[in-house]
Design a protein around this ligand. Structure first.
Ligand code: GLA
Length: 522
């Protein structure tokens, strides 16, 4: 069995992320340099470095936080966040180089945990209307999604008319007769509502204008209309394509939203700015500067296990997300894009690609789609039709769709112990421990000190996967743990204990092809 040690994984990570410019390499961390916390909450910041660099110390840490040196591979800051305020600490690298880290502690963070909700694009594309948005909003309650934590009803592209009005403002399309009543309806269900625009001249479908040059008026309208979230795409950009151009374009909207919220007498943190640049310009390095609190890191996800052509299959998203875990944190979320569980090949754009394969994930692949997205601590956005989770024929999407797998889909997307991985307030992403062509194993630090483990079989046949607990640096040496199976809500083997560094150090589990099993250590 091939096992890649952490140092090698770190090296692969540098290669995977690709060329950093020379200036960045000289004095930068390979992890976030702008971090956030709620006051008094457990806080963790992993100081992963580029190959050849090493953290030699940290100055200016607020009281309650300590530099921890007990893990091979990286040092990390850990402890209880201080009272609200703007802090700065300075990380020293070998050779005396310094990296400043901005640390915002506030009770008013726009996204302390990754948001959860529904995006209309894959299942509905242009088939959206006030009535359909209301029907989807009803689905949150009917099928217990609201109870499981989903609370954002997000309208994607194609809600507006193709052209701006004579006053230069965006105009609602004819299928949205009374948008004020629609927003009230969704809010009345105790849900938040999101809208969509683009940082270029037109949105990605080309169906409606983008907000470039109109940031102030559009932000004013989104706030006036009482939206809570904006997904902001990057098609048809006219201000340039470089990371710096994108940062400028996103900053323009971030600033406009902030201004509009203040002008309306609202707290800017009551609005979520969701950047959708697709990852090409490495938004994890700079997106937090723009006011965004989550950002897409991947091409559009597709309803396939493997989609080499578009880069949108589960495998392709995993390949990106597993490299950028050190950048994940509270109020700064790397987004792995919409979940495709429940689509079963019935979506619209989600069926593009697949190189001749039939679209749709099987049961095991659905466990991996949902389980890994939770391990990534990605925002959880369902893109299936959540109004057909009763197996009855449903033609809301523009074609008659029956979801015969509704019961298992629902069990997956509402599994509370799995969702708790995603929503953990420590905000850490799963970090690969073993990463081979056949399987990937990740550990995830959790706020209550009970780490999680994912074991994913990437190969086409069921196999035994062996995990040596002494390779899980999040576990404490010498301590005895019980392992809990999160899909099945039970402790393993009648409470049999697994003990790090002792006879029970090895844990072997048979995992079906393409499945992900999830555990926590207690
Ligand atoms: C882009 C985005 C998608 C979706 C479409 C809408 O492709 O990445 O998520 O919003 O635009 O046109």
């Amino acid at each position: 069995m091939r096992r890649i040690l952490f140092l090698l994984a770190t090296f692969a990570l540098v290669v995977g992320i690709g060329a950093q410019n020379v200036k960045e390499q000289k004095a930068a961390l390979n992890s976030a340099n702008k971090v956030y916390s709620l006051p008094g909450k457990p806080f963790m910041h992993k100081l992963v470095t580029f190959a050849g660099d090493e953290v030699t110390g940290v100055e200016g840490l607020p009281k309650g936080l300590k530099l921890m040196t007990d893990r091979p591979g990286y040092k990390y800051i850990y402890g209880k966040a201080p009272a609200a305020g703007e802090y700065k600490y300075t990380v020293t690298l070998n050779g005396g180089r310094k990296v400043d880290v901005g640390f915002t502690v506030s009770k008013d963070l726009a996204q302390p945990t990754p948001f959860m909700g529904v995006l209309t694009w894959n299942a509905f594309q242009s088939n959206i209307s006030s009535d359909i948005i209301k029907a989807i909003a009803d689905g949150f309650d009917t099928f217990g999604l609201k109870e499981a934590g989903y609370d954002h009803m997000c309208i994607d592209d194609e809600w507006a008319k193709h052209d701006r009005g004579a006053d230069g403002r965006l105009q609602w399309g004819p299928k949205f007769q009374d948008h004020e009543e629609l927003v009230r309806y969704v809010h009345g269900k105790d849900l938040k509502i999101g809208t969509y625009s683009d940082a270029g001249s037109y949105t990605c479908s080309g169906a409606q204008p983008g907000s470039y040059g109109y940031e102030d008026v559009d932000a004013e309208d989104f706030v006036k209309w009482d939206f809570d979230l904006l997904k902001y795409d990057f098609c048809n950009s006219i201000g340039g394509d470089t990371p710096e151009d994108a940062e400028k374009a996103y900053m323009a909207m971030g600033t406009a939203l902030d201004k509009a919220m203040k002008k309306a007498g609202k707290k800017p943190s009551d609005f979520k700015f969701y950047m959708c640049e697709w990852g090409g310009r490495k938004p994890w390095l700079w997106a937090a500067n723009t006011g965004a609190t989550c950002w897409r890191c991947t091409p559009d996800t597709r309803d396939y296990w493997d989609d080499k052509a578009n880069g949108g299959g589960v495998l392709q998203v995993l390949a990106i997300m597993k490299e950028i875990w050190p950048y994940q944190g509270v109020n700064r979320w790397n987004d792995a894009d919409m979940l495709v569980v429940g689509l079963h090949g019935t979506g619209y754009p989600s069926n593009a690609g697949g190189a001749g394969h039939k679209p749709g994930l099987n049961y095991e692949e659905s466990l991996t789609n949902f389980g890994l997205w939770c391990m990534f601590a990605s925002p959880l956005t369902l893109s299936n039709n959540i109004t057909n989770l009763d197996g009855k024929p449903n033609d809301l999407t523009g074609k008659t769709v029956v979801n015969k797998d509704y019961a298992t889909d629902l069990a997956i997307i509402t599994n509370k112990e799995v969702i708790a991985l995603d929503q953990d307030p420590l905000g850490q992403a799963g970090e690969p421990i073993y990463d081979t062509k056949d399987y990937i194993v990740m550990q995830k630090d959790m706020a209550d000190g009970h780490p999680a483990l994912s074991v994913t079989n990437l190969s086409g046949i069921g196999r035994n996967i062996r995990v040596k607990l002494s390779d899980l640096t999040a576990l404490k040496a010498g301590k005895t743990y019980k392992m809990r199976d999160l899909w099945n809500h039970c402790f393993l083997a009648t409470g049999k204990k697994v003990n790090k560094y002792t006879t029970n150090d090895e844990f072997v589990i048979w995992v079906p092809a393409h499945a992900t099993y999830l555990y926590r250590f207690y």
